[in-house]
Design a protein around this ligand. Structure first.
Ligand code: FBP
Length: 699
């Protein structure tokens, strides 16, 4: 390496072989940029049209009819190919259009391909068509901050992850003033249509914007984006219209690859429990998919916990002639017991290590926490409304926030009608650790949602687990199993008779058990000493033989953890083949919807769970999917999120495999290696395993 002077270094950097190493344009990257995702068959026709599919019906909330009258009668639209279009149809498609597109919310792999698909369809229809990107999310609509998207920009982002081309943001267009501003800006920009690529809240926004811009003739189309996988649409008869939002597959695969590597590491140095929190907001879809991909030793699914019924408690309450409401749904304490049992069982077969997956929103399904979240949401929202200021700016430190809550509790004693925060709430809240209090009091996002990713969920659970393991250890009910062969060999090597010491140390010596378990009474060196004296193995003043001490220490578990958070990394991954192809077709679908005058629709691809030859591009009316939900302390119309269905085949498979994957038995673990996301080769056309199983298990 030349290092004498700068000229030498410049020449070195110019060397083509060195440039091959230093270039940002890796071969994988180039392969991505050049990949052309296949399009659904309907897009091969010269022109596309829409057919009304009124056979799909929805349970419509009356509030929707009132608030979204212009779009509530929309029905599902199927994109069809037309081979011999009429002049009218051709003119409709070829009309020059200006379309604005915006990313909203967290990034999800595949977003750039929605833009690429839309751009390609627009330019094919009419090269004079113009596509504009709003910068930094909906803020860009309000600020009229746009960039025209041209071939160069789009070609540089094809099949790439992130939303870096136009960035994203979480601003919500949620007031009359903001709506008016959005309308004025769209009109000034002479837009024919606005495309909102976002999650449940953003598609809710799309519906309200569609209503608002209806009379201006500006169409609004939504696109189902979110790694959380919680935008799934069925009609009222259970027919699946949108099986999954885009980005879910990539994020899950990315998390799965990393977690699978941890499984390998964990089973190699056999000393850590890896606790992996995975993103996904409230729903546990990502956790479920990761479980199927990796077969971790444990995976918690929030939705299942909410459904849990403690039959023991119910029996006790019945006997006492009372009702125990805490028996419905799992408590934090119970959850920690479930985890501890798994840890203890693995330790007994010598596996003092493992991998556990925890969805970030798990606490939402724990009764007592849910109550806190709802109560604090209401308090913060009401405070902001009454004082026309911001709770978090007025009460900056945790102590100030707790003080405010204390005042409310005092107030509840004076005014019996005030029930949102009483003395009991305050006492319970003061019992939880400060970092968790702080987490529960974090600022809500712009949609009023609780920000799960900001809370150290795993720390809360681990704290309880550690406490309970300590208790079990003190009771002598948490031990590492010892292989009989190792025990025999170790003692013989030091000239000791294993058959003499075995029955003194172990409760199952000379049984067929594959692992020896130390007696419950042996919980410390002191108790070991006492036992050896009691059994007359050593005299009162003798020392414990070092080899016996060594064997004893090998039975003492050390619960060592490594905590990981998988979220932002997977969200930024380059999309899988599935997400590339899905999103490109979503982009093509958006153009067909716009060109055929649809508005208030969400672009979707039906039959995603099947082969691409069966995929059907459709438009799903957004308004009928909405229902009332608490947001910022008030009921608001929002698109309904889908959580994990515990009756679904995918969930049932995970439940059925739970014992196998825990592998609390001698022999190897059951980890699955999904491997890295590859953009070529035999695994490219894989799809989410949840989709595949749900499809295979459908009646
Ligand atoms: P969207 O719902 O906007 O797609 O975002 C999903 C998500 O990645 C969640 O999984 C996570 O809880 C949240 O965003 C994190 O938000 P932020 O990016 O604001 O930290």
């Amino acid at each position: 390496m030349p290092n004498k002077n700068e000229d030498d270094l410049s020449a070195f950097l110019e060397n083509p072989e060195v440039q091959k190493v230093t270039t940002s344009f890796t071969s994988d990257f180039m392969e991505r940029l050049n990949f052309k995702p296949p399009a659904c068959a309907v897009f091969d026709h010269p022109v596309t049209g829409l057919t009304d599919n009124r056979q799909y019906e929805f349970n419509i909330h009356p509030a929707t009819k009132e608030q979204l009258p212009h779009i509530i009668n929309n029905s599902v639209q199927q994109v069809i190919g037309i081979d011999s279009p009429s002049a009218d149809q051709v003119n409709k498609i070829k009309k020059q259009r200006n379309i604005g597109i915006v990313f909203s919310g967290g990034p999800a792999p595949g977003g750039h391909n929605v833009i690429a698909g839309l751009f390609d369809a627009m330019k094919k229809a009419n090269p004079e068509n113009r596509l504009f990107g709003f910068i930094l999310g909906p803020e860009g609509i309000l600020e009229s901050d746009i960039v025209e998207l041209n071939h160069d920009l789009i070609d540089a982002h094809r099949n790439r992850g992130g939303f870096s081309m136009i960035k994203t943001g979480r601003t919500k267009i949620d007031s009359k003033e903001k709506m008016n501003l959005a309308r004025e800006n769209c009109k000034k920009l002479n837009l024919d249509a606005v495309v909102i690529v976002g999650g449940d809240d953003s598609n809710t926004n799309a519906a309200f914007l569609a209503q608002e811009l209806f009379n201006d003739g500006i169409q609004v189309i939504g696109v189902p984006k979110t790694i959380d996988g919680d935008i799934q649409v069925k009609d009222k008869n259970g027919e699946i219209l949108c099986a999954m939002s885009f980005g879910f597959h990539t994020a899950a695969r990315s998390f799965a690859m990393n977690i699978s590597n941890l499984c390998t590491d964990s089973s190699s140095d056999v000393k850590y429990w890896h606790v992996c929190k995975v993103m996904g907001r409230v729903a546990s879809h990502l956790g479920l998919e990761v479980a199927l991909q990796v077969h971790p030793n444990m995976c918690l699914i929030g939705e299942e916990m909410a459904d849990y019924i403690d039959t023991e408690r119910i029996k006790k309450a019945d006997a006492a002639g009372t009702t125990d409401y805490t028996a419905f749904g799992m408590t934090l304490r119970h959850l920690s017991r479930v985890i501890c049992n798994a840890i203890v069982r693995r330790a007994e077969v010598g596996k003092n290590y493992g991998v556990i997956v925890i969805p970030e929103g798990i606490l939402e399904f724990i009764n007592e926490i849910q109550v806190f979240i709802i109560k604090l949401n209401t308090i913060i929202a009401e405070y902001n409304q009454t004082h026309d200021t911001d709770f978090h700016s007025d009460f900056v430190t945790l102590e100030e926030k707790l003080d405010c809550l204390r005042r409310l509790a005092r107030f509840s004693r004076e005014d019996k009608n005030f029930s949102v925060w009483n003395t009991r709430d305050d006492d319970l809240f003061n019992d939880i650790p400060a970092f968790f209090q702080e987490g529960l009091l974090t600022e809500r996002d712009s949609h009023g949602n609780f920000q799960f990713s900001q809370v150290e969920t795993e720390k809360v659970i681990l704290g309880l687990v550690q406490d309970y393991l300590k208790i079990r250890q003190e009771q002598g009910r948490y031990k590492v199993g010892i292989k009989p062969e190792w025990f025999r060999k170790t003692l013989k090597k030091e000239g000791f008779d294993p058959d003499y010491y075995g029955p003194v140390l172990f409760k199952n010596y000379l049984t067929d058990d594959p692992f020896l378990l130390a007696k419950d009474s042996l919980v410390s060196i002191k108790t070991l000493n006492q036992e050896l004296i009691r059994e007359e193995v050593i005299g009162k003043n003798d020392d414990i033989p070092p080899v016996i001490q060594r064997v004893f220490l090998a039975t003492v578990p050390k619960f060592k953890t490594q905590v990981h958070f998988y979220g932002y990394d997977g969200r930024g991954n380059d999309p899988t083949w599935f997400d590339c192809t899905y999103t490109y077709n979503l982009g093509l679908t958006v153009f067909s919807l716009v060109a055929n005058n649809a508005t208030g629709q969400m672009a979707a691809v039906k039959n995603l769970e099947k082969d691409i030859s069966d995929w059907e591009p459709i438009g799903i009316p957004i308004a009928p999917l909405m229902h009332l939900e608490e947001r910022k302390g008030k009921l608001a119309l929002v698109l309904e999120r889908t959580v994990v269905d515990i009756e679904s085949p995918a969930f049932k498979v995970v439940k059925a495999m739970r014992e196998k994957w825990l592998a609390a038995k001698p022999g190897p673990d059951e980890y699955r290696r999904p491997g890295p996301i590859r953009f070529s080769g035999s695994s490219v056309d894989s799809k989410p395993l949840t989709l595949t199983l749900d499809n295979l298990g459908r009646p």
